[in-house]
Ligand binder design. Structure first.
Ligand code: ADP
Ligand code: MG
Length: 728
C-alpha cells in the first residue's frame, strides 16, 4: 500500500470538487444542441428533403437515394459548423456497449488537395471491417463482410469532433449481428399486434409505441484507487476484499447528501446529457456507499436505449474529468448491494392512451385488463426466455446469488389489481357487467386511486406493475436494455396476436365484442396465474413454491441461455419475424463465448493477484513474525518464550495454512481452465467455466480475505474496501 498511500497524498488536491459551469443560463438554451433533431433538419435541409425524411421517420419507411444525398449534405454542413472533422457509424455489437469506426470527411479534389464530402451512400450504409466482431459463426460460413445501415428513427449526434450516426449492423446475407436490428423488428411487431387489439377499443388508433424509462445504477471509485486495483481495472469488479467494518448497515449513504465531488460530476454529466438531447431528470444516492442512480424522462424505446448506451460512454468520459471511474458492473463489491438498470416499460397509442393505465370508463378498464392479461401470459409462457434475456456473466452475481432479485421471473401486481383479477376469475361476464347502456362494470373504478398509492410496492419482484407501466428490475446495470426488451416486446406481441385471433373467432361465431374480449382476458388470467406472485421474492420458500408452480428456476447462466433455443422461443421469434433459428443459434454461440471469456479473464486476474500480490505480502509478514519469534527464543527461556510468542506463532500457522490453500486452489483452477479450454463446443466450455472455474474463485477469495485480516496493513498491497468505498 505504500506507493498508493503516496499517490493518494499527492492527489489530495485533485480530490477537491472540480468546478463546473453551466454553459448558458437556461437548459433550454443548450438542450439538444449536439443533436441533428427535427429543428436542425428543418434549418439545414431543403424543404422537400425535410418533409420526405420526417414522413419516412413517422411511417417507418425507407428513404430514396436522392433524399439520403440531400440529408447527408445538410447534416455535414451542420456537423462541420459545429466543429466536427470525422463521422462514424455507431452500432451495438453483441459484445455489449457500442462500436464506432471513424472516418474524416475528406476526399481527393483531383487537384492535389482535398474537399470535405459526405454523401447519402456514406450516410446510409457502410462496410466496417468488422471481422473482429462476433457473429456466432454466421459470417465465417457465408461472407466476411458486415454492413451498418442508418437507423433514421434515431437522430445523429456529435461527440467530441465526431458526427455519430446510429446504425444497425447486419451480415452480408442479412442476419442481425447486433442488438438494434432485432430490437427494431420487435418494436414493429408489438406496434402491429398491439394496434390490432387497441382497435377493438378505438378504431382511430394507427400505432402503438413501446416506451422505455431506464434507471441507471452505478458506482464511482477514485481514479487513483482504481489504478491500484488490477481486478477493478481489468474486470470491473473486486475479485477479493474483506468487507469493510462499516458499509451500508446505517443506510446513511442512501439518505445522505451527495458529496460535493460527486455533485460536480453529476452536474457536468447532466449538462453533457442535455446537450445530447438525453432528458436526464433524476439523480440520487443509492443504498450502497459510492452507489448512485441516474434516470431520464422515458422515451420511445429505441431512442431511450440509444440514449442509455450513449450516456454510459459519456459517463466514463466525464468521470475521468473528476478523477473518478464509473463501475457499471452488476456486482463490483461483495457484501453490499449490486447495480441494476430497472427498465420501466409501457405501451401507448398514437392517440395518447396509456395501455397499462386503468381508465375512467368501463371500456378503458376492460382495455387495461386485456393488455395486462396478455403481458401476464407472455411473462408466464416465456418465463425462461425472459430470464435468459437479462442473464450474463456479470449479472449472474446479482440474480440468484442471494441478492435481489431472485433468478425466478415472477410478476408483482399489488393488492388492488390482484383483487380485481380474482374477481374476474371467479365471476362470469353477466355478473361483472351492468345492464343497459353502462356496459361493463368490472368493479375497477377504484383502481386508479389504488395504483397511485404505491405503498404496497414490492421491491423484491423482478417484474412489477407500478400503476401505468411495468418495471423490469432484473436487467443488469451494464446491459444493453435491448436484450431484455427484444424478448419482452416479442413475447407480448406474440400473445396479442394470438389473443386477437381468438377474439375474432368468437366474434365470427356471433359473440359480442365485449363478451369475447372479456372471455379471452379471463382465460389469460387463469392460465398465467402461476407467474403472479406478490410475496417476498427473496425468501427460500419462494424457490420451493416457484418450482411447484412450474416456473423456471435454473440458476446457471450458461444453461439459462438454452431457453433461446427452446421450441417455444424459436417458434415465437420466427412467427413474429424477429430472429430466425439460424440467428438464434449464432447469437447463443456469442453468449456462451462471452460468458467463458469473462470468467476466464477474472480467473486469470485472480490467479495473478493471489500468486504475485497476496502470497508475497503474506509471506513477508510471516517472515517478520518468524524473525520476531526467533529473537524471542534466543532471549527468553523456553517457557517464557512460548508465552510471549504464542500469538505470533498462531498467526504464522494461520497464514501458512491460508497461503497453502490459496496455492493449491490456484493450481486446481489453472488445471480446470486448461481442461475447459480444450473443449470445442462453446456451450460445453461455458458450462465448464461455470461449474468448475467460477466456484474455485470464490474459495480462493475466502482465503485471501482471511489473509487480509491478518497481514500488516502497511504491507498489504491493494486498497481495501474501506478505502475504496468512501469518497473523501
Ligand atoms: P422509481 O420510484 O422507480 O425511482 P421514478 O418515478 O423515478 O420511479 O421513475 C422511474 C422511471 O420510470 C423514469 O425514467 C420515468 O420516466 C419512467 N416512467 C414513468 N412513467 C413511465 C411510463 N408510462 N412508461 C415508461 N416509463 C415511465
Ligand atoms: Mg424504479
Amino acid at each position: 500500500m505504500s506507493e498508493l498511500r503516496f499517490r493518494s497524498v499527492m492527489e489530495a488536491s485533485s480530490r477537491k470538487a472540480v468546478k463546473v459551469e453551466q454553459p448558458k443560463k437556461r437548459v433550454d438554451q443548450y438542450y439538444g444542441e449536439k443533436v441533428f433533431n427535427r429543428q436542425k433538419m428543418f434549418q439545414y435541409l431543403p424543404r422537400p428533403t425535410y418533409e420526405a425524411l420526417v414522413e419516412a421517420i413517422d411511417n417507418k419507411k425507407p428513404i430514396s437515394r436522392e433524399v439520403a444525398d440531400s440529408v447527408a449534405e445538410g447534416m455535414k454542413r451542420w456537423a462541420i459548423e459545429n466543429g466536427t472533422t470525422h463521422y462514424t457509424h455507431w452500432f451495438q455489437p453483441m459484445t455489449g456497449g457500442t462500436a464506432e469506426k471513424h472516418d474524416t470527411f475528406i476526399e481527393h479534389d483531383g487537384k492535389g488537395g482535398v474537399i470535405e464530402k459526405f454523401t447519402g451512400k456514406l450516410l446510409a450504409q457502410q462496410e466496417p471491417d468488422a471481422s473482429s466482431f462476433p457473429s456466432g459463426g454466421i459470417r465465417n460460413t457465408f461472407e466476411a463482410r458486415g454492413y451498418s445501415a442508418w437507423d433514421i428513427s434515431s437522430p445523429a449526434f456529435i461527440v467530441g469532433n465526431t458526427l455519430c450516426i446510429p446504425t444497425i449492423f447486419i451480415s452480408y446475407t442479412g442476419e442481425s449481428l447486433d442488438y438494434k436490428t432485432p430490437f427494431l423488428k420487435a418494436l414493429n411487431a408489438i406496434d402491429k399486434a398491439a394496434t390490432k387489439v387497441a382497435k377493438y377499443f378505438d378504431p382511430k388508433v394507427k400505432h402503438v409505441i413501446s416506451y422505455l424509462g431506464w434507471e441507471q445504477e452505478y458506482f464511482l471509485v477514485d481514479e487513483a484507487l482504481y489504478d491500484a486495483r488490477p481486478d477493478i481495472a481489468l474486470t470491473g469488479r473486486t475479485l477479493m476484499g474483506h468487507e469493510s467494518a462499516k458499509n451500508q448497515q446505517l443506510e446513511d449513504h442512501y439518505f445522505g447528501s451527495i458529496p460535493s465531488r460527486v455533485e460536480a460530476f453529476m452536474l457536468d454529466l447532466e449538462i453533457e446529457a442535455h446537450k445530447l438531447g438525453i432528458p436526464v431528470k433524476t439523480r440520487h444516492n443509492e443504498v450502497a456507499p459510492n452507489q448512485f442512480e441516474l434516470a431520464p424522462i422515458y422515451e420511445e424505446a429505441n431512442l431511450a436505449n440509444d440514449h442509455n448506451l450513449l450516456i454510459m460512454s459519456v459517463m466514463n468520459e466525464v468521470a475521468r474529468r473528476h478523477n473518478f471511474r464509473v463501475l457499471f458492473h452488476e456486482k463490483p463489491f461483495a457484501g453490499i448491494n449490486g447495480s441494476g438498470k430497472h427498465n420501466n416499460w409501457s405501451l401507448g397509442t398514437d392517440t395518447g392512451r396509456q395501455l397499462f393505465s386503468p381508465g375512467s370508463t368501463p371500456m378503458e378498464n376492460l382495455e387495461f385488463i386485456v393488455f395486462l392479461s396478455n403481458v401476464m401470459m407472455a411473462v408466464h409462457k416465456h418465463n425462461a426466455l425472459l430470464k435468459a434475456s437479462i442473464m450474463s456473466a456479470t449479472n449472474s452475481h446479482r440474480l440468484g446469488a442471494n441478492e435481489a432479485p431472485p433468478a425466478i421471473i415472477s410478476m408483482f401486481l399489488g393488492t388492488g389489481v390482484s383483487g380485481l383479477l380474482d374477481s374476474i376469475e371467479k365471476n362470469d361476464y353477466e355478473s361483472m357487467s351492468m345492464q343497459g347502456k353502462e356496459g361493463m362494470k368490472l368493479g375497477v373504478n377504484q383502481i386508479p386511486e389504488i395504483m397511485l398509492d404505491n405503498t404496497d410496492r414490492n421491491r423484491t419482484s423482478p417484474f412489477a406493475f407500478t400503476g401505468n407501466r411495468f418495471e423490469y428490475r432484473a436487467v443488469g446495470s451494464s446491459a444493453n436494455c435491448a436484450s431484455a426488451l427484444i424478448a419482452l416486446n416479442s413475447a407480448v406481441a406474440y400473445e396479442l396476436d394470438d389473443f386477437a385471433e381468438r377474439v375474432d373467432r368468437r366474434i365470427a361465431a356471433g359473440e359480442s365484442k365485449e363478451r369475447a374480449l372479456f372471455a379471452e382476458a379471463r382465460e389469460n388470467i387463469s392460465k398465467a396465474r402461476p407467474v403472479h406472485f406478490d410475496g417476498n421474492g427473496y425468501g427460500d420458500e419462494w424457490l420451493v413454491e416457484a418450482k411447484k408452480r412450474g416456473l423456471d428456476t435454473e440458476a446457471s447462466a450458461p444453461l439459462m441461455f438454452d431457453a433461446y433455443l427452446s421450441d417455444s422461443s424459436v417458434n415465437m421469434f420466427e412467427k413474429m419475424g424477429i430472429l430466425s433459428k439460424k440467428e438464434l443459434i449464432a447469437r447463443n454461440e456469442v453468449k456462451w463465448e462471452m460468458y467463458t471469456k469473462k470468467v476466464q479473464i477474472e480467473s486469470r486476474v485472480l490467479g495473478d493477484l493471489a500468486i504475485n500480490h497476496v502470497i508475497p505480502a503474506a509471506i513477508n509478514y510471516e517472515r517478520v513474525l518468524l524473525d520476531n519469534l526467533y529473537k524471542i527464543n534466543r532471549l527468553f527461556d523456553s517457557e517464557k518464550a512460548k508465552e510471549i510468542g504464542n500469538a505470533d506463532l498462531n498467526t504464522v500457522e494461520n497464514i501458512s495454512r491460508h497461503v497453502n490453500e490459496v496455492k493449491k486452489l490456484v493450481a486446481e483452477m489453472i488445471d480446470n481452465r486448461r481442461n475447459a479450454n480444450a473443449l470445442e463446443v462453446q456451450r460445453d466450455k461455458a458450462i465448464a467455466y461455470h461449474d468448475r472455474v467460477a466456484p474455485l474463485m470464490e474459495k480462493i477469495r475466502y482465503h485471501i480475505d482471511h489473509l487480509e485480516l491478518m497481514v500488516d496493513n502497511e504491507i498489504w498491497p491493494l486498497p481495501k474496501y474501506r478505502e475504496l468505498l468512501f469518497i473523501r
